[in-house]
Design a protein around this ligand. Structure first.
Ligand code: SF4
Length: 149
């Protein structure tokens, strides 16, 4: 699946759940609580494929799914830049020390597997918005292939 296909599909799933919770009268605090891993795995099985396995994406006690993927993630399916025959398709905007760039053949992608930044309760509270796409609006970056600059 391309980055943008995942992004659009996830936005719809997030919207549907948030709309349901708002219709139930939930406020920000209750919505954040609802999006905690244990509750989401029990009630929203379609939101993440890992729920079916009861597995967290990160080995951490508290894990909130509201800001999955991460507002700091940047991607372009066409490639952001090309250097030395390799094309970078994603990166971390804050260069988190827990994140890393990983190379797969000629492709470079951001590896967030060791970073829990967007899953912390305080981070979710600070960046909370009912509109997932608004929180993630900077994630989709324009293509800037070095060969075209
Ligand atoms: S490394 Fe961490 S902060 Fe950076 S994009 Fe990945 S999850 Fe977000």
């Amino acid at each position: 699946m391309s980055y943008i296909a995942w992004f659009e599909a996830h936005a719809k799933k997030h919207r549907k759940i948030v709309d349901k919770l708002l219709a139930c009268g939930m406020d920000k605090e209750a919505i954040i609580k609802y999006f905690e891993f244990e509750n989401m795995a029990e009630k929203e099985g379609d939101f993440c494929p890992l729920y079916a396995e009861g597995k967290k994406c990160h080995d951490t006690e508290y894990l909130n799914c509201y800001l999955c993927a991460c507002p700091n993630f940047r991607f372009s399916d066409e490639g952001i830049e090309t250097n030395g025959g390799k094309t970078k398709y994603s990166f971390c905007a804050i260069d988190s020390k827990e994140g890393a760039l990983a190379t797969y053949g000629d492709a470079i992608h951001q590896d967030c597997s060791r970073c829990t930044v967007p899953h912390a309760k305080r981070y979710v509270e600070e960046h909370f918005d009912l509109d997932w796409k608004r929180m993630m609006q900077a994630c989709v970056v324009a293509t800037r292939k070095a060969s075209e600059c």
